[in-house]
Design a protein around this ligand. Structure first.
Ligand code: SAH
Length: 410
């Protein structure tokens, strides 16, 4: 019978007998664990040699002898010779050292597991009868899938680790554009503080007793001030909770993520930031607009439409090779266009309004700078929208319109 046991080999002496590919694989894992590894083999394969060199490991270049296992906590034997491996296993048995015998698992006292990690949770898969690593790998890859899509509740039940805040970028909306790290942190969260934009659908999948606090601006509703949000983050984390601050797009692109990080650090709260596709790039892309395109646009200027019209923006708009991307810009667009035209930006400069990018309600309105304000008003363009000004916003940049229509779903 076998039982699984979580063992820490960090800083402990482990001996790997044999210098071939099995040793190489195990060595990688043991070195990552911080084990103090010694390799015993007359010759090393190039892979093992590289690991030994890279990590400055000890190599005893002779056929294994009994004294090689002295003072080891753990021995792994994979010499390619069953008799030698059996002998090493027998020495370990006599010395009460745990041993994996790679040539025949039933002779060793330990077995390697096929391992899946998600944050600080580790799942090890091992067979109880004969060794069958590919079978264990298959099982563990299914477990990996479940964990990667946030399919297991990873919240801490005991307050074994301190609270903290993760500023998690959720991308432009679809759940499958979230990162695996974002899903994992959500699965670990006790409290989620969410915006209105972004992958709000993922909140429905959380356990009902995860506390979800909505702080986003919804028309006609009170939205929390930045100070209130900062205070919420600090308050819950200080109470030992794992807090996820879920944001649309990327936390550091007009997401006030920087302010939240500062507030956490000032309060001594551990904080991490998880990046994500920003709507400034992903929303135009959803409409077939690349923000840079060889020979057309070589740089991108991203602005907040609610801010002032700066000299840098005027220059960006005037430069035919710069793409200007406007977030939060629907209300202010008219005055920005007027100022740009007054500054001499050509009226023919293409403009595209992409509303609700990556959602079922996505809609693109193409125009040119001279007529765009009027066209947007006529079409009833509303927030959330990303506005692209520049040659990349021309309707037929990547494909003729006819071909785009042909490819559109019926
Ligand atoms: N941190 C976010 C931006 C927040 S500012 C990011 O990196 O994407 C909010 C603005 O983002 C909105 O006013 C709108 O301009 C844009 N936006 C976000 N999601 C959008 C979407 N799905 N479709 C269109 N615009 C979007």
């Amino acid at each position: 019978m076998t039982m699984t046991l979580g063992v820490s080999l960090t800083g402990r002496r482990v001996v790997l007998v044999g210098g071939g590919s099995v040793t190489a694989r195990r060595l990688t894992r043991l070195v990552a664990e911080g084990a103090h590894a010694v390799v015993v083999a007359p010759q090393l394969s190039p892979e093992v040699r590289a690991l030994v060199d890279d990590h400055g490991l000890a190599w005893r270049s002779h056929a294994v002898r009994r004294s090689d296992i002295d003072r080891a906590w753990f021995v792994h034997t994979a010499t390619g010779d069953r008799e030698v491996d059996a002998l090493v296993a027998a020495w370990c048995e006599a010395e009460r050292i745990l041993c994996v015998n790679a040539s025949d698992g039933s002779h060793g006292s330990a077995r390697m597991t096929s391992e899946v990690r998600s944050g600080d949770v580790i799942v090890g898969v091992v067979g109880d009868a004969g060794v069958d690593p590919r079978r264990s790998a298959r099982v563990s890859s299914r477990i990996r899938e479940v964990l990667d899509r946030g399919g297991a509740d990873l919240r801490r039940v005991r307050a074994s680790a301190p609270g903290g805040v993760a500023l998690v970028g959720g991308g432009p909306g679809p759940i499958d554009l979230m990162t695996i790290r974002a899903r994992r942190l959500l699965a670990e969260a006790d409290v989620v503080i969410a915006d209105r934009l972004g992958p709000v659908g993922v909140l429905d999948e959380l356990d009902p007793d995860v506390q979800v606090i909505h702080v986003g601006k919804a028309p006609g509703h009170h939205s929390a001030s930045q100070d209130e949000i900062n205070a919420l983050l600090v308050e819950h984390a200080t109470a030992g909770k794992r807090v996820v601050r879920l944001k649309g797009g990327d936390p550091f692109v007009f997401g006030r993520g920087g302010e939240e990080v500062t507030a956490c650090l000032e309060a001594g709260v551990p904080v991490e930031v998880v990046p994500a596709p920003t709507s400034a790039v992903a929303v135009p892309q959803a409409a077939g607009i690349p923000v840079t395109h060889r020979g057309v646009a070589s740089s991108v200027h991203i602005i907040n439409g609610q801010h002032e019209f700066t000299a840098a923006t005027r220059e960006a708009l005037a430069d035919a090779e710069v793409t200007t991307v406007l977030l939060m810009g629907v209300a202010a667009f008219g005055s920005l266009a007027e100022r740009a035209l007054a500054a001499g930006v050509p009226a023919a400069r293409p403009v595209a309004f992409v509303e609700n990018g990556h959602t079922e309600r996505q809609r693109t309105t193409h125009s040119t700078l001279g007529r765009a304000a009027e066209d947007a008003a006529r079409a009833g363009v509303r927030n959330p929208a990303v506005i692209v000004i520049g040659e990349v916003a021309a309707p037929e940049l990547l494909l003729p319109v006819a071909a785009q229509k042909r490819r559109a779903p019926a």
